[in-house]
Design a protein around this ligand. Sequence first.
Ligand SMILES: NC(=O)c1ccc[n+]([C@@H]2O[C@H](COP(=O)([O-])OP(=O)(O)OC[C@H]3O[C@@H](n4cnc5c(N)ncnc54)[C@H](O)[C@@H]3O)[C@@H](O)[C@H]2O)c1
Length: 374
Amino acid sequence: MNCGKKRAVVVGLGIGMAHARAYMESDYACLYGVSELNPVRLSKVGGTFSEGNMICLRQLFPDDLLDRKWEDLGVKVFASLDDVLADPDVDIVSICTPDYLHPEHLRKAMASGKDILLEKPLAITLDEARSIEPEIRSYGHDFAIAYEFRSIPPVVHLRKLVQSGELGEVKAFSLYHFRTPFKRDKWNHWIQKKACSGGLLVEETCHWFDLARFITGKEIDSVNCVTEGGINEGFDFEDIAYVNGKYAGGGVFQISHALTGFDFSLQLTVHGTKKVAWCNFKETKSSSLDAGQTDYYAVVSVGPVGGGVEDASVTTYGLEATEPWAIKEQVLNYCRENALGKPHGAGVDDGMKSLEAALCSQESAKTGAAVKLS
Ligand SMILES: NC(=O)c1ccc[n+]([C@@H]2O[C@H](COP(=O)([O-])OP(=O)(O)OC[C@H]3O[C@@H](n4cnc5c(N)ncnc54)[C@H](O)[C@@H]3O)[C@@H](O)[C@H]2O)c1
C-alpha cells in the first residue's frame, strides 16, 4: 500500500483498535497493517467487538466497516511483531500489547528503527524502565508514550487555566476516581496479575500521577500511600489506593483511586491562590451518580476562592471528553506531530516519572512511610 503518508501498524487489537481508527482517519499517516495473536479479534474489522469488553470502542467505527476483512480494506495482516518489524515499508508502530511485554516489544521495535507510539506504562518495574531508558534517550527515531488523558479537552482547559495564571499560584491538586473493576477478559488475564500489570498503582494510577504533573506543571517530590485489597476476587493486588503527595518547590496533591464501583466518576480539582477549577467526568450519558440529571460527559467549573456559585464560569463537554475519543485524538495528534517533527505530548521523562511515582507509592504502602522520588 502506498498511501503517500507515514505507514503505521498497530500491534495488539484491544485498545489498539482506537489507534487503528485514528490512523484510518489521519491526514498524516495511514493504517498500513495490524498484528494480533487472537484469531477472533483479527478475523474482521469488528472482530474485537464480537466478544469481550472492548465494545466501548465500537462507536469509533462506522457500522459498514465492522464485517469487512482488514485485507479487503488494503490493510496488511501480520502474523507476528517480528514480521511487522522486518517490513521496510512500515514507518510507525503502535505497541498496544499487555504492560509486562512493553520493554521486550519496545527493544525489538527500537532495533528496527521504526517510529514508536507505546501504550502506557513504559514498564512495570523501575529496574526494567531504567535499563531501557538510555536506549530510548539515544534512539535516533521518534518515540512517544500514549497518555491519552493529556488530550481530553477538559484537561487541556485545566492546564491552560494554570499556565495563563488565572488560578494564581497552584497550591494543591486532587483527583478522585471511582470506577468499576478491571475487566477479566484481557488476554491470558494479564491485568489480574501484579507480575503482568504492576497492580492498580502502575496499571492505571500512572495516568493520575501523569495528570498531577501535566496539569500543574509541578514535579512530584514524595508520596505517602495506603492501599486496601480483598474486594475483587481473582486479582492479586490492591483494589483501593489513597495517595497523599508533596510537590517539589511547594504544594500538595491527593489521589484517591478505587476499583470498587458500579458506575464511574472522575473528579479533578486545582486549588489556586485566586481561583479554583473543578472538573468532573462521566463515562456514560446517564450516570446513576447524578440521578441521570445531566446529559454532558464532562464539566469544568472555575470560580474565585470564597466566591458564590453565581461567580462560577461553567463549560460542558460531549463525547470528546470520553476515553475512546481521547485515545483516537491523541493518536491523531501523534501522527501530526510525527509528520511535522514537533515535540510530542508525553515522552521518556514522563513515562519514567509517572512510573516512579506509582512504584514509590507501592513502597510507601508496604513500609508505612513517605517515600521521596529520585
Ligand atoms: N491509554 C489507556 O487508557 C489504555 C486503556 C486500556 C489499555 N491500555 C494499555 O494498552 C495495552 C493493551 O491493553 P488492552 O486493554 O488492549 O489489553 P488486551 O489484553 O485486551 O489486548 C492486548 C492484545 O495484545 C495481543 N497481543 C499480545 N501479544 C502480542 C504480540 N506479540 N503480537 C500481537 N498481538 C499481541 C493480545 O492477543 C491481545 O488481544 C496495555 O498496555 C494497557 O495498559 C491503555
